[in-house]
Every structure is written in C-alpha cells, then in structure tokens.
Design a protein around this ligand. Structure first.
Ligand SMILES: [Zn+2]
Ligand SMILES: [Zn+2]
Length: 255
C-alpha cells in the first residue's frame, strides 16, 4: 500500500491510496482541472480512480466529488448523514454504516466517527495484511474511540490544524476562533501531539502532518513539534502541502 496527498488544508483536500490495482481517493476539494493536474504529478489520470470516499460535506472535502464521479463513473461512498448532502441522483452513491468494516479488493476499510461540525463526519483506516494507514483530519477533539481505533496504524495522515496561541491571538473573529478551537472544530498541534503520545511507542512509524492552517500555523512550528517528539519516539514524518501534491509515500520503504 502506498499513498499520496494531492493537497491538504482549508482550500482543498484529497488523498489517494493505492493497493494492488486499486486506487481510492479520500475526499476531493479541488476542481476537475486541478485534480487532474495533481493526479498527473503522481502518474495517474482521473479514470484510474476506482472509488471516492467522502469524510464529510465541507467544501474543502467535496468540491470536486460530483463532477469527478459523474464524468468518470466513479462510485462515491459516504456516511448516511454525509450522503444526504448529495442531491443529484446521477452519481453512483452508496451510504455506508460508519460502524461497519468494508472489504474493497485487498483493502479492509474502516470508518471512524469523529467530533466535527458536519452531518455525520467520519475518517478512515485502510488495512492490508501487512499495512495499516489511518487518515484523521477535521476533528475537534480526540475521543477514546479515536485512540483505540488508530492503535494499529503504521502510517497516519494526521491533522495539525492550528497553533492554539496563534489562533487565539490572531485576527479571526471570536466566533470563528471558538468554532475552530472548539470540540467540533479542528485539531490543534497540542491535541495531535497528545494523540501521538497516546499511540507511541507502538506500531506507528510514519506520520504525514496535514490540514495546516495557513493563518494560524506553519510548517516550521509543526516540524519543530514533531522533531521534539522524535527525540523520544522512533518515527519519521513529512508535512503535506496545500498547493501541490506530495510524491508517493511508501511507509514500508521508509520504516
Ligand atoms: Zn477540512
Ligand atoms: Zn470540515
């Protein structure tokens, strides 16, 4: 299994997971033109995508979903609540039970309910016989269920949305600060480091920090936080960009 971020942050998110002949895309917050260009950067075309999985209905996650699904006849899977957002009946939409596990080719897919201000938001864990990748963004708090669910992950794409001081001292309106920093908002650097401390030392060996706020965080701050933890725990990390695709991450080769 390998994966790539096509971009991560409040202006758009998409992640591609490849296992055997299967290419799954989690979320698509980019236009078709942008998605096509970013897929090309990792050697794929939109027609290579077999399935679209949607975490929740916020624009930075679904902006490109319907057009991609219609144009290339790609099925869309989303939670019961999220699926109600899609009103057009010309996409192949399947409402999934967020408490169930699904086998897609060689991938076991689990959805994990998360506290976020959407209809029925969930995040995903992908498992093969040897590998386990967890995606976790857009969560306002770390629940005991999250800690338990991500325990087996060898690699994670994990939200590092904001530095709490930057958010609180910045110029966002108070209501927005409260939304982002609230229990159904986004994970702060501290919250995500807290999750890592709960998971490490363990199976986790590779972390991609994602969904960084361009106003209330920086790759330097996140890098410093993650570097600090590497003095105690053995893992490698990367930081996903908003405006460009990453290369393929192949955790097995890194670890
Ligand atoms: Zn988001
Ligand atoms: Zn969101």
């Amino acid at each position: 299994m390998r994966f790539a971020s096509l971009g991560s942050g409040s202006k758009g998110n998409a992640t591609v997971i490849q296992a055997g002949s299967l290419n799954l895309m989690v979320d698509c917050g980019f236009s078709l033109k942008e998605t096509t260009a970013r897929l090309e950067a990792i050697g794929l075309v939109p027609g290579d995508i077999n399935m679209l999985l949607v975490t929740h209905e916020h624009g930075d996650h679904i902006r490109g979903i319907s057009v991609l699904s219609r144009r290339f006849k790609i099925p869309v899977w989303a939670s019961e609540g999220t699926s109600r957002y899609f009103t057009r009946d010309d996409i192949d939409l399947r409402a999934i039970n967020v408490h169930a596990e699904y086998q897609i080719g060689e991938l076991k897919v689990r959805s994990i309910p998360v506290p976020h201000d959407a209809r029925e938001p969930c995040q995903f864990i992908f498992q093969t016989e040897d590998d386990c990748l967890g995606i976790l963004t857009d969560a306002g708090s770390i629940t005991p269920h999250i800690v338990a669910a991500y325990q087996d992950c060898k690699a994670m794409l994990l939200e590092f949305n904001h530095d709490r001081d930057m958010l609180m001292n910045g110029d966002y309106p108070l209501t927005l600060k409260n939304r982002i920093g609230g229990e159904h908002g986004h994970l702060s650097n501290d919250q995500s480091c807290g999750l890592l401390k709960a998971l490490l030392p363990g199976k986790l060996k590779f972390i991609v920090a994602g969904h960084l706020s361009e106003s209330n965080n920086s790759p330097e701050i996140v890098g410093a936080e993650l570097n600090r933890l590497t003095q105690k725990y053995d893992y490698q990390f990367e930081i996903a960009a908003q405006h460009s695709a990453s290369g393929w991450y192949e955790p097995d080769r890194l670890c």
